[in-house]
Design a binder for this molecule. Structure first.
Ligand SMILES: NC(=O)c1ccc[n+]([C@@H]2O[C@H](COP(=O)([O-])OP(=O)(O)OC[C@H]3O[C@@H](n4cnc5c(N)ncnc54)[C@H](O)[C@@H]3O)[C@@H](O)[C@H]2O)c1
Ligand SMILES: [Zn+2]
Length: 365
């Protein structure tokens, strides 16, 4: 089985590629991996994903102590109420500090299960089995866990690294086209910020990717996970380098906030944000003029939007960017592009260029 290690000293862990783990192949590799998941486990999933993949997982886990919590599907359930419910079930079923939580689902299930694991009896092990493209290349790796507060997304959380992440790329075959594309936005982001070769590989393989060719998906997810793993290993708690992963996100969060959560998927907002970040980088003279068009071509091939929704207002947009939680107290920090494959975090903002970018995108919407 292929695997990558996230190097974090005594908290290092593997990202294992195991096609068929929860999509029905009862092979020896799958059984071996399942045997390493712990003697006592507690699975968290949601109504949608459980219907598809819970039974194969339970079959693999065999007759060890295993309990299941199934939450409703949706970002609006990423709340402390769900944490309270999960902890209630863990206690009622007598789970000790030796128990391992298993997250089976997308980023919502992953974030909630990770946070429950971080706080249950001051911390128990968690295994991530991400089933969306976004969660396979982004949220399952890196140890950020959180739930939402009515006043802000991801405002209650902790860093808690998993003990293992297992990717079954076959789960992506049941994902909706829109959710699949949303995950591709984070992948374009990875390539744009870290690796020109990867960007070119994505360009060359865009048709097979859209056709969800298994081998192609494996290569792509592994490539993205390596990029994320290296960045996380260099800056676990986001005091420096890890902020590079926010490329396109300061613009993207403003779009998400102002268009009302739920209208635009996070990945779609990231795609728009990537275009805005590239445009800003050109206007502030760090990026060559031809780069945004290359980015737009790739995003379009991945069925992602490159223009912002109609009706956003300039003044509120700039304000929404400033209120982004990733902006520092001194002022705004932006991730800019120096080239395709090379990004940098800066707090030296070219105000004119920023206003031009915002005006250009909002006026042409
Ligand atoms: N912790 C982090 O570092 C981090 C990073 C990025 C995003 N996030 C969080 O991740 C969440 C978004 O994650 P997401 O995009 O995976 O959304 P999601 O978890 O809501 O999943 C999207 C939809 O796909 C369904 N689904 C999941 N797997 C499926 C499958 N294999 N087949 C069919 N349907 C499936 C889900 O039930 C849901 O309806 C947000 O809450 C965000 O804050 C966290
Ligand atoms: Zn993101």
């Amino acid at each position: 089985m292929k695997s990558i290690t996230v190097e974090l000293a005594d908290r290092s862990y593997p990202i294992v590629f195991c096609p068929g783990l929860v999509t029905g192949a009862d092979g020896s590799e799958q059984a071996l991996l399942a045997s390493e998941m712990g003697d006592s486990v507690f699975i968290v999933s949601n109504e949608t994903v459980a219907g598809l993949y819970l039974e194969p997982l339970k079959r693999l886990l065999g007759d060890r102590k295993s309990d299941v919590y199934i939450m409703p599907d949706g970002e609006m359930y990423k709340t402390l109420d769900q944490i309270q419910a999960i902890i209630g079930e863990l206690l009622a079923a007598g789970h000790t500090r030796e128990t391992t939580l298993i997250a089976l689902g997308g980023g919502v299930v992953g974030d909630i299960t990770g946070f429950a694991a971080a706080v249950y009896q001051r911390g128990v092990a968690v295994i991530q089995i991400p089933t969306t493209l976004l969660s396979q290349v982004d949220s399952s790796v890196g140890g950020k866990t959180a739930v939402n507060h009515p006043l802000g997304k991801n405002m209650i959380g902790a860093f808690h690294q998993p003990k293992m992440v297992v990717m079954d790329v076959e789960t992506l075959k049941t994902l909706s086209a829109r959710e699949f594309s949303a995950g591709l936005a984070e992948i374009v982001k990875h390539a744009a910020l870290a690796d020109r070769d990867y960007f070119q590989w994505l360009q060359a393989n865009q048709d097979s990717i859209m056709a969800r060719d298994s081998a192609c998906l494996m290569t792509m997810i592994e490539w993205s996970c390596r990029i994320k793993a290296v960045i996380v290993a260099s800056d676990e708690k986001e005091q420096g380098n890890r902020a590079l992963l926010n490329l396109g996100h300061t613009f993207g969060h403003a779009i998400e906030t102002l268009s009302g959560y739920g209208t635009v998927l996070h990945g779609e907002a990231v795609a728009m944000g990537l275009m805005m970040a590239a445009d800003y980088s050109v206007r502030s003279r760090t990026l060559v003029e031809s780069a945004p068009a290359q980015m737009a071509q790739l995003l379009t091939a991945f069925s992602l939007p490159t223009a912002v929704p109609k009706g956003l207002i300039r003044a509120t947009f700039l304000q929404a960017m400033g209120r982004d939680k990733k902006a520092t107290v001194e002022g705004l920090r932006l991730v800019i592009l120096r080239d395709i494959g090379q990004a940098e975090v800066t707090s030296q903002i070219d105000e004119d260029a920023l206003e031009e970018t915002v005006a250009y995108f909002l006026d042409s919407a």
